[in-house]
Design a binder for this molecule. Structure first.
Ligand code: GL2
Length: 836
């Protein structure tokens, strides 16, 4: 359904008419204009870096016209907007994405060709915007992409970190973190908005309003400025352009002239430095809560600026504050933005002078909350004394939210003191802690998990009491999805062209249900050959990438077996590398004749470990140690290669994912909330080797169990195994024991450095159940090999998988959120609606 305006004036008419000139002469002019006027270069002194910048700025001009129109139009229509609040947006590159969205790839390729550059090289000049850790941050980027492409009026809100996710170098097999200074060169994809700046207060004290019990005046002289930077998000197949508004802590007003005049130069800039630090770095923790005070201040800066901005926009409509939920829906991407709840309450109570009950009603109708993990170490909690010191007003509001909530529960379940203790937002530990997941839950009208199994688990565990108190209907599932624009059309051009041939046009990019048509061609010999060739070409491209990034030569005809994701114990990269060691052992036992007949395999790893996560870093070292020995073993040759690709990123994923034959998603059952790379791999014609966990399960349901290799224990069995292993020594099977023995016999260098990894299994209770799942894991590997040897069977699996993946488009997820959580409708800016 699309709204059209009753009457639109034509103030944009001329402006819009000039939009998107496609002829190469105009494009060339605009590139040269930016080259000379923006970057002070001439065509003769143009290098590929400047060719990229000038082209990017020229594309950006075209995008910004659409961006302006979209926002203007949504404002005029008083459209309800959704605000996706996320401390992470893992955007990656934008240039190629924008070219595809504007359908200008060919034209820019031609223009660049005329001045002596290849488009692919120019695309490679762009640095990733790596403002996120992993799945959660990339999901946020896919969701804003889907909002733009589906014409939903939606904005992302986040922080503009000066240093994004660190760059990973590998030195002597170990991970070394290097700062990611991504803003060192000009960033064409952001727009500074000095006019959109809000003051954000910290510390200080409270004065009660003598005339209004609900109202306080918060006095403090620690006030920072949050300034907006807008990042346009091009919609594909629509002129709508979305927006991600990122806040940066501004420092200008914090220069102390008095101190400077008295010669205290350090003191004069001290305030600036303190403020700047707030948005300097992304915390590089994935699925773990760090609990650092600076992080709390980051979160508040983010929440306060965002809430002030949303309210300022709402106020322009002239509607009373009580109607905020009619025009704004706010989604909390995990608990990181939960301070938005007490911040909105503070604004409504103290600035808008609403009553508590009215303010609470507005707040809970506006917010909804997505939980992304059940790992206990990831649960955000803030010590009450810390929160009280930094945000005294918010601590007071949280206490009161908790009090009213507990009173209501006590009324319904009188005398159940244990229930009150369990559900209290304040944990009675020493010191007391604020449980952010509970605050987010109480402050929201809907709570969702990110895959069916995960949504069930949270209802049975962390939110069990809340389901009983607040009702089943509040707790829903929204299975994650990925953008077909980036994760097929952009990263896999050959397979995309094939799909386009079958569908008849490229409309499947915005309507993934259309890939179903591939099933009709599954028996078509010519089509099958082209399908295989597309995969081979992607493998060749990855082989080249591996050679340049690692110096290792791999054979593109081997089976490419990939595990790329954050390094985490629960994701069990350790189990993978132990199976590689076992395979190496088996190969060494064979005669050369027998060995030569083995399936050739390249085992590919990539992923970053949080800088403080020692065990994860040891796993990286072990992978590299094994790679060094195996790859140098002439007896083994191409039969087995092991590769660790450094510095995994969105861009690296765009090379790796289209080239996989098999990808591993092997978390201990019940621990991976969803996973999203699993969806990307299958969408690109790869097959999953995985546990019965997260979205693997739904992928299996959709594509059919013949298309996926499952193994391992089930989520409901995990607790019993863990309990058993707490009191009994695990019993590694022969294969696992062999792998341990080889490490301990110093096959891969000094075995002693890896002993803690072995101990985590044999002495540490084997929390992630490696010893339990290893036998079925090895069996599953054998099944994969058998299947891959039968090429025809494999091609069928690959085609059928892609054909059945439509559920996992983020467009589907966003539509479900829009209809069931946000209550928003698409609002399409059409040429005629703006008088174009
Ligand atoms: C995660 C989950 O671990 C992952 O399984 C899920 O796919 C994503 C997106 O929902 O969220 N939770 C989390 O804290 N991180 C994730 O990637 N960092």
């Amino acid at each position: 359904q699309t709204k059209t305006p009753s009457k639109v004036d034509n103030m944009f008419q001329n402006y819009s008419h000039s939009e998107i000139a496609r002829d190469t002469a105009t494009i060339k002019n605009s590139v040269i204009m930016h080259l000379t006027a923006t970057f002070l270069r001439t065509p003769t002194s143009m290098d590929s870096g400047h060719a990229y910048l000038a082209s990017a700025f020229s594309v950006r001009d075209r995008l910004l016209q659409r961006w302006n129109l979209t926002n203007e139009f949504h404002d005029r229509m008083k459209a309800k907007r959704v605000y996706y609040m996320s401390l992470e947006f893992l955007i990656g590159r934008t240039f190629d994405n924008a070219l595809l969205a504007l359908d200008l790839r060919k034209e820019y390729g031609q223009t660049l060709g005329e001045v002596g550059f290849r488009l692919e090289d120019i695309i490679d000049e762009e640095r990733d915007a790596a403002l996120g850790n992993g799945g959660l941050g990339r999901l946020a980027a896919c969701y804003v992409d889907s909002m733009a492409c589906s014409d939903y009026p939606g904005w992302g809100y986040g922080l503009r970190y000066k240093y994004g996710m660190f760059q990973q170098q590998i030195l002597n097999g170990y991970q070394v973190e290097v700062p990611d200074c991504w803003l060192d060169s000009p960033n064409p994809w952001e727009f500074p908005r000095p006019d959109v700046t809000y003051p954000v207060k910290f510390y200080g004290h409270l004065v009660r309003d003598p005339n209004n019990d609900d109202r306080y005046i918060w006095e403090s002289n620690v006030v920072y400025d949050a300034m907006a930077f807008d990042v346009p998000v091009p919609g594909y197949g629509t002129t709508n352009v979305g927006n991600i508004r990122l806040w940066s802590c501004k420092t200008n007003s914090l220069f102390d002239l008095n101190k400077f005049n008295s010669g205290d130069y350090g003191g004069a800039t001290g305030g600036q430095v303190a403020a700047q630090i707030l948005t300097d770095v992304l915390y590089p923790n994935d699925n773990t809560n760090d609990g650092k005070e600076l992080r709390l201040r980051q979160e508040y800066l983010f929440c306060s600026a965002t809430m002030q901005d949303i309210i300022a926009r709402f106020k322009k409509t002239g509607r009373p504050m009580s109607e905020l939920p009619e025009l704004a829906a706010i989604q909390l991407n995990d608990t990181h933005p939960t301070l938005g709840v007490p911040e909105l309450m503070r604004i409504l109570l103290d600035e808008e002078e609403m009553s508590w009950d009215d303010a609470w009603e507005v707040t809970t109708r506006t917010f909804a909350f997505t939980n992304h993990t059940i790992l206990p170490e990831a649960m955000e909690k803030w010590p009450v004394p810390m929160l009280d010191k930094i945000l005294p007003r918010h601590m007071g509001i949280i206490y009161k939210i908790n009090l009213y909530f507990l009173q209501a529960v006590e009324k319904r379940f009188p005398g159940d003191r244990d229930l009150l203790r369990r559900i209290s937002i304040i944990e009675e530990s020493n010191p007391q802690q604020v449980r952010m997941a509970f605050l987010a839950c109480v402050g929201s009208h809907k709570v969702n998990g990110v895959a069916a199994i995960h949504s069930d688990i949270i209802k049975q565990t962390i939110f069990k009491d809340f389901v009983r108190i607040q009702g089943e209907d509040k707790f829903i599932n929204k299975t994650n999805g990925v953008s077909p624009r980036r994760w097929m059309n952009e990263c896999n051009p050959d397979m995309s062209d094939l799909i386009t041939d079958v569908v008849g046009d490229r409309s499947w990019v915005n309507d993934l249900a259309k890939v179903k048509k591939l099933e009709e061609r599954v028996a078509d010999e010519d089509f099958r050959r082209r399908w295989w060739d597309a995969k081979q070409k992607n493998k060749q491209r990855l082989a080249e990438y591996i050679l340049t990034t690692t110096g290792i030569q791999v054979n593109p005809n081997a089976l490419f077996d990939v595990q790329v994701k954050r390094i985490h114990e629960y994701k069990r990269q350790l189990m993978n590398i132990l199976s590689v060691i076992y395979r190496y052992h088996c190969l060494k036992q064979m005669t050369p004749e027998v060995r030569a007949k083995e399936l050739h395999r390249v085992v590919i790893f990539a992923g970053k470990a949080a800088s403080g996560y020692w065990v994860a870093k040891q796993v990286i070292k072990l992978i590299n140690a094994v790679a060094e020995v195996v790859n140098a073993d002439e007896e083994i040759g191409d039969v087995l290669k092991v590769v660790f690709i450094p510095d995994y990123s969105v861009t690296a994923a765009e090379y790796i994912i289209p080239a996989s034959d098999i990808s591993q998603h092997i978390s201990t059952a019940g621990t991976e909330a969803s996973g999203t790379s699993n969806m990307k791999f299958v969408l690109n014609g790869g097959i999953i080797l995985g546990t019965v966990d997260g979205a693997n399960i739904e992928i299996g349901e959709e594509i059919g169990e013949e298309q996926i290799f499952f193994f391992g224990c089930l989520a409901h069995e995990v607790e019993d195994f863990r309990h058993y292993l707490r009191f009994n020594q695990p019993k590694p099977d022969d294969a696992l024991q062999t792998a341990f023995d080889m490490i301990q016999r110093n096959t891969f260098g000094d075995g002693a450095i890896f002993q803690p990894l072995i101990d985590s299994v044999v002495r540490g209770g084997d929390v992630y159940l490696l010893s339990v799942d290893f036998p079925s894991y090895i069996q599953a590997h054998n099944a994969v090999e058998d299947a891959y040897r039968n090429r025809e069977e494999w091609i069928t699996k690959s085609i059928l998988s892609v054909a059945r993946m439509s559920k996992f488009s983020s467009d589907r997820s966003i539509q479900e959120y829009a209809e069931e959580v946000w209550n928003i409708e698409p609002v399409r800016v059409t040429s005629c609606s703006m008088g174009i």
